[in-house]
Design a protein around this ligand. Structure first.
Ligand SMILES: [Zn+2]
Length: 230
């Protein structure tokens, strides 16, 4: 954490950052959210990880979510909003938060604005072709869930996790059919809410086709902070 953000969090004089990452699948929202989390010292919450965590629980809600994830389908907006409202009400996000992949549509946006207001919406822009190419190389550790990419973020040993040596696998929802479906939904349902955020004057657009490092630097400039090296 940089000095300026240490002092900021120490005195707590300004509004906490409430940051949303949006963009096509594969633009690196999760990676950049993690980097910004390190930079600003506030938690990054991944909608996908939150859903997968819930799905691993032996509860009626967990089982319902598991069925959607296995089918590569998006969860109903009411369910996502419910999960997110509970998460953003916890103690660890009182000084700010970063969320990636939420809100995804008008209904989720209405749900979000009912309990909080974001201060920044960062859009990682990527063409559909680039998005599909990137998702095809995405892998996740079957044990600790750390994310990798065979081209952009390869593990040190092929097919194995750097952290725990677990086997790297393709996520259930990264099949070509599921990817096409998610891109269509992004254009139809998420792009209109970006227009609404633009009217609020809180949108920052970054070229998602740049390297992870370059994107990180461009985002750091938005927050007037030095770059974090994870
Ligand atoms: Zn691992």
């Amino acid at each position: 954490m940089s000095l300026i953000y240490f002092l900021r969090s120490f005195f707590m004089t300004s509004t906490p950052f409430r940051i949303i990452f949006l963009g096509s699948q594969g633009a690196g929202k999760g990676t950049q959210a993690e980097r910004l989390s390190c930079l600003l010292g506030i938690p990054a919450i991944s909608t996908g990880a939150l859903c997968r965590e819930e799905a691993s629980k032996e509860t009626p809600m967990g089982r319902t979510i598991g069925i959607y994830l296995q089918a590569g389908r998006l969860l109903p907006s009411t369910l996502i909003s419910c999960l997110m409202q509970e998460r953003l009400g916890r103690e660890d996000v009182k000084q700010g938060w970063i969320v990636d992949g939420y809100p995804r549509d008008q209904m989720q946006l209405t749900g979000l604005l009912a309990f909080t207001h974001p201060t920044h919406v960062i859009i990682l822009e990527l063409s559909d072709e680039e998005s599909i190419a990137r998702l095809a190389g995405r892998r996740v550790c079957s044990n600790c869930k750390t994310g990798y990419h065979i081209l952009y973020m390869p593990p040190r040993i092929f097919g194995h996790c750097d952290r725990c040596d677990g086997l790297l696998v393709r996520r259930d929802d990264d099949t070509p059919e599921a990817i096409e479906r998610r891109l269509a939904i992004y254009h139809a349902e998420t792009e209109p809410i970006i227009t609404l955020f633009e009217k609020m004057g809180i949108v920052f657009r970054v070229n998602g086709a740049h390297s992870v490092e370059e994107i990180g630097e461009e985002i750091a400039v938005i927050f007037d902070a030095s770059v974090c090296h994870l």
